[in-house]
Design a protein. Structure first.
Length: 348
């Protein structure tokens, strides 16, 4: 199985109905499904993130999840000057100095976790520990990295499950989401820390194993570099969709079509397609690579940290040139990923 086919299977199996619909509607660029606008086109994607007022507290959005985790007042549901100030502060924590501070921590976890190579090693629990250790360092959380990682994965997967369409079980799902949010709040009482940990852990857990599997199947071990890291993040798109809600009316154009957005309309911004992850080569490599991290004032401030961490992870694997021995896609997780990814050195 090719690298792209293996990764696409992971993507589709996480939430088959949702991602099946998204894949089927990609050629349309943008399409209404009820009062939800699915956006695939890169220009429309950027236009909405930069120029359309968005409701940061709406249910089913990242900001809505922030409210559930800690009562709001955090980066993801703020607006105006408050939002900009919080972003500046977080960008400083996740900038060059912040990366330099936490980099030795994840490098130590990687070094210990790969001592079994060239023998078989499951990269999923290792990625979870890397993510947890990084989140602990960023938030100052004193708990064990795997404990924090498990709590953030549970909170994110239950929050995602609560907002997916379903015919029954709403109350049960909502109760699980509330319990998971309470458990995470017990570890990280500060809502900003909680949301930072959720974002860091879940994107890392999605990105690292998928990129390693792609490198193995595509035989890219001789090409590992920061440039390849950016390309791997583009083609895997760890956060494939950005759910948003319009706060005010707007009109968006796509060719000769016009999309009139009303306040309260749901917007599913497909980062995977805006980044042209479905293409072997992007038409605008730099713009496409950035699309997986959002755009404008809604761009992810942790992009540099994510790239550095993935580069270090893949670089540590290079001497062993590992091959995929067993790959099991995760189901029902917040982001597409593996439940198990066993790799071993190519000579074993």
């Amino acid at each position: 199985m090719s690298a792209r086919s293996l990764d696409r299977r992971v993507y589709l199996r996480s939430h088959p109905l949702l991602f099946g619909l998204i894949s089927a509607t990609r050629p349309l660029g943008a399409v209404w499904v009820g009062r939800t606008l699915l956006v695939h086109d890169a220009e429309v994607y950027r236009e909405i993130l930069t120029n359309v007022p968005l409701d940061r507290e709406a249910e089913g959005t990242t900001g809505g999840a922030a409210l559930q985790l800690g009562g709001g007042g955090v980066l993801f549901d703020q607006a105006g000057d408050e939002h900009r100030e919080a972003r500046r502060s977080l960008a400083a924590d996740l900038g060059a100095e912040g990366v330099s501070r936490v980099r030795p921590i994840w490098q130590g976890v990687i070094e210990r976790g790969l001592t079994q190579l060239p023998g078989p090693v499951d990269l999923v629990p290792l990625a979870k520990e890397i993510a947890g250790a990084t989140a602990c360092a960023l938030t100052g959380c004193a708990t064990e990295p795997l404990v924090l990682a498990e709590a953030t994965v549970e909170a994110a997967s239950n929050a995602a499950g609560e907002h997916l369409p379903r015919l029954w079980g709403h109350r049960r799902v909502a109760l699980r989401a509330l319990r998971a949010a309470d458990a995470l709040s017990a570890l990280l009482p500060d809502p900003l820390d909680a949301m930072l940990a959720v974002a860091a852990v879940n994107t890392t857990l999605a990105a690292l194993p998928r990129a390693a599997a792609w490198c193995a199947r595509a035989e890219l071990w001789d090409q590992i570099s920061p440039e390849l890291t950016s390309e791997l993040l583009r083609v895997t798109a760890p956060t494939p969709i950005l759910p948003r809600v319009a706060a005010a009316g707007a009109t968006i154009r796509l060719g000769d079509r016009r999309f009139r957005i009303r306040a309260g309309d749901r917007l599913i911004l497909v980062a995977r397609h805006a980044a042209e992850a479905h293409r072997d080569t992007a038409r605008n490599e730099r713009t496409a690579a950035q699309a997986v991290f959002g755009a404008g004032p809604h761009a992810c401030p942790g992009a540099n940290l994510a790239r550095a961490q993935l580069t270090d992870f893949l670089t540590a694997l290079v001497p062993h040139r590992p091959e995929v021995r067993k790959a099991v896609a995760a189901r029902g997780t917040a982001l597409p990923g593996y439940a198990k990814l066993v790799m071993a050195g190519s000579r074993v």
